[in-house]
Write a protein of this length. Structure first.
Length: 171
């Protein structure tokens, strides 16, 4: 009996705001001021491009792509320096449960990863994007995406070396 009305930009943005802010905190290494600026920049730029007829999954990924692109465009993603990934250490490295790590500790550890690999890790590990989709969003080929995802070892090593902050949950 007719098609459902598309969601307004305000509905889309408000439903994704918490997720975008958590992603911005990860990308900005826990810097709340930078994360807030990144989310505002993302939402403002996205306002011009909103497709009202997009489904919920398309909309979520569309906003996440714009968050990463805003982060990289603002000069944070120009450097590829920093520690290089090493070969995988130990079995089950991909199965680490990020839900058991306090967010402040995760954000702090993210600072040890260069911006472009940090963006790839957020999309693939945290948001569970397929590698192909993430490489397309970041404009890199499959080999470069694999190299960037190798930084999970750097991230995990940093997480393991950090002491939990007072008041942070954990066993």
């Amino acid at each position: 009996m007719g098609t459902a009305m598309g969601r307004t930009f305000e509905e889309v943005a408000s439903s994704e705001m918490d997720s975008l802010y958590q992603g911005a905190l990860f990308l900005c290494g826990g810097d709340t001021d930078a994360a807030e600026c990144l989310v505002v920049d993302t939402v403002m730029l996205a306002f011009r491009e909103h497709a009202a007829d997009a489904d919920a999954e398309q909309t979520r990924r569309w906003l996440e792509t714009r968050l990463v692109r805003s982060y990289l465009r603002n000069g944070r993603g120009q450097s590829s320096g920093g520690p290089r990934p090493t070969t995988a250490r130990g079995a089950g490295g991909d199965r680490t449960c990020f839900d058991e790590i306090g967010p402040e500790r995760l954000f702090q550890a993210a600072e040890s990863v260069p911006p472009l690999p940090r963006s790839a890790l957020w999309l693939v590990l945290m948001r569970r994007w397929r590698r192909f989709d993430a490489s397309t969003a970041l404009g890199v080929d499959a080999d470069e995406m694999d190299d960037m995802l190798g930084y999970r070892d750097v991230l995990m090593g940093e997480l393991l070396s950090l002491e939990p902050r007072r008041g942070e949950g954990g066993a």
